[in-house]
Design a protein around this ligand. Structure first.
Ligand code: CA
Ligand code: CA
Length: 228
């Protein structure tokens, strides 16, 4: 009898622990709820598209802290390049024009990955964003945008680490695209990223200072960007 009591109280403790971990996990994970989905959804947002959205940001107690609707000024940004809040970067993918979503963004996703880009969101609280996707522009990034995307710490030079992260990101993106490049080929490339980064640096780092400048990437060496 006492052992039955012991084990049931242990179950209780385990349940309590599970509850705490579970609740924490919920708060820390982005929640995406579809509020409206248009019947015709031919084109969906993918990384690197330029999106135009309307948003209303509220705290959990319902206080509006920012709203593009109120200002009657939608915002436009390229998604998946680290310039939007992490919660938006994750929560606005695979969305159709006219679709509305509610994003519940935990504090750990309420920041912008790249330095120099700010959000108007109050920190340290869970935020709700009611989003409406107005437009998807599929035009590819310009050279300047690509450079900014690779240059993660915005110091206007590309390090080996930054190039390595970028090459991996591009290869993983291709892997998810059912692209013409076959899967095995991409995996083989992923295994040899460091080697490829060295090759890129051998070619592009003209002054051999260990960094690739914008001029080195595009100006001085007139080679095509899509070589890797
Ligand atoms: Ca850099
Ligand atoms: Ca250099």
């Amino acid at each position: 009898m006492s052992s039955a009591f012991y084990s049931s109280s242990r179950v209780f403790v385990v349940l309590q622990l599970t509850r705490i971990i579970f609740v924490d996990a919920i708060v820390l994970k982005l929640q995406v709820e579809t509020l409206h989905k248009p019947v015709n959804c031919t084109e969906k947002s993918v990384h690197r598209n330029i999106l135009t959205v309307h948003y209303t940001g509220t705290t959990l107690d319902g206080k509006v802290f920012d709203s593009s609707r109120k200002k009657n000024r939608p915002v436009t940004f390229r998604i998946g390049v680290g310039e939007a809040m992490m919660g938006w970067e994750e929560g606005l993918i695979n969305m159709c024009v006219g679709e509305k979503r509610m994003l519940i963004v935990p504090p750990n996703l309420a920041f912008v990955a790249k330095p120099g880009y700010k959000t108007v969101a109050p920190s340290d609280s869970v935020l709700q964003y009611e989003m409406e996707l107005l437009k998807i522009d599929k035009s590819p990034p310009s050279n300047a945008e690509v450079f900014k995307e690779i240059d993660l710490n915005s110091d206007r030079k590309i390090s080996r680490d930054e190039m390595s992260i970028h090459v991996k990101k591009l290869l993983r993106w291709y892997q998810n695209q059912d692209s013409v490049l076959d899967y095995e080929k991409i995996r083989a490339k992923l295994d040899k990223v460091d080697e490829n980064v060295e090759k890129i640096f051998n070619r592009k780092d003209i002054d051999k200072n260990g960094y690739i400048s914008y001029a080195e990437l595009y100006g001085l060496v007139p080679k095509k960007y899509d070589e890797f």
